[in-house]
Write a protein that binds this ligand. Structure first.
Ligand code: ZN
Ligand code: ZN
Ligand code: ZN
Length: 130
């Protein structure tokens, strides 16, 4: 009888206790001097990297060896540094341009740059001969 009563009491007071438990369930940073708490373990793991300095995400751009803590910051870097400014590449020298028209204009000049000296030399030779 007493057991039954105590059980009822416990379950009736269980509702407010659950709320308190939820707060305690938050993940808190184990680092000394850091009192940050997180709603889920994934968030905390991400945060912990700021303490360890671990940067597991490497920029995919060839020749760029920047590392990032989060995949989102890597994507942001990739877009702003490698994609945003130079999405159009010269097929001859690889120089990047923001607009396709800029790239085309350069590409024309770029081919001229390569062939012009030879053409001029040819012409010069002809002129000298005459
Ligand atoms: Zn921390
Ligand atoms: Zn990069
Ligand atoms: Zn070029």
């Amino acid at each position: 009888m007493w057991n039954y009563l105590s059980n009822v009491e416990e379950s009736s007071s269980g509702t407010p206790r659950k709320k308190r438990n939820r707060k305690r369930d938050r993940y808190s940073c184990p680092e000394d001097g850091c009192d940050r708490t997180f709603r889920d373990k994934y968030e905390m793991t991400n945060h912990l990297r700021t303490h360890t300095g671990e940067k597991p995400f490497k920029c995919d751009w060839p020749g760029c060896d920047k590392y990032f803590t989060h995949v989102s910051s890597k994507t942001q870097h990739y877009k702003s540094v490698h994609m945003k400014y130079v999405p159009h590449k010269c097929s001859k020298c690889g120089k990047g341009f923001t607009k396709p028209s800029q790239m085309k204009r350069h590409e024309e000049k770029c081919s001229l740059k390569i062939y012009q000296p030879e053409m001029w030399n040819e012409r010069k030779r002809h002129l000298e001969k005459d």
